[in-house]
Design a protein around this ligand. Structure first.
Ligand code: HEC
Length: 164
């Protein structure tokens, strides 16, 4: 009973805590980061072929390094990319806005642990169930390969947005 009360109390204070505990880890052992929407913003992006609106956020270590123009990023940096289906705003159809949640992806920096993949650990959680992507740990090759054209930029495509 006490445990139940505690769970109810936690779920009121922080619903993410409960749901994060239910999300299985990715096949390579990387756990879901429930707080990624509270991290600072790096940039938005739009992928034409998929019709996805995305935002990229970063934890404190990542943002501090990006703001200071540090490259490669230090260990402990984590970047998130969250995607929604792009849809027309019902009251203003020329405006394109985020609709259904698609997935969230993470890149976790640990130069030693993830030496084989440029120092980055990759993970993707798909759909509202946040199902970990990949049959086995080999899924990271797919991520890493597509990120190799930007090896010169520590395998990162996204630059911090310009503001005055
Ligand atoms: C087909 C190419 C491709 C594949 C495969 C791919 N990415 Fe990316 N990724 C991109 C591109 C292009 C961007 C730039 C932003 C965008 O597309 O919205 C990006 C951006 C990111 C970012 C934000 C940091 C950055 O580099 O800009 C993260 C985090 C990320 N990807 C994680 C992953 C993970 C995890 C996987 C594998 C499960 C993966 N990516 C697979 C092309 C790819």
């Amino acid at each position: 009973m006490k445990r139940l009360m505690l769970l109810i109390a936690i779920s009121i204070i922080s619903p993410e805590l409960i749901s994060a505990a239910n999300v299985p880890v990715a096949p390579n052992g990387i756990a879901y980061y429930p707080e990624y929407m509270t991290w600072k913003f790096v940039a938005p992006s739009y992928r034409e072929d998929k019709g996805h609106i995305r935002i990229i956020t970063g934890n404190e270590t990542a943002i501090a390094a990006l703001q200071a123009g540090k490259n490669p990023l230090p260990d402990g940096s984590v970047l998130a990319k969250v995607a929604w289906k792009a849809e027309k705003h019902p009251s203003f159809p020329v405006a394109t806005v985020p609709g259904a949640f698609v997935q969230v992806e993470f890149m976790v920096k640990d130069a030693k642990k993830y030496k084989e993949t440029g120092g980055w650990g990759f993970a993707r959680f798909v759909g509202n169930e946040l199902k970990p992507y990949g049959k086995d740990a080999g899924f990271v090759n797919e991520c890493f390969q597509c990120h190799t054209p930007v090896a010169h930029n520590d395998y990162l495509f996204t630059k911090i947005v310009k503001t005055p």
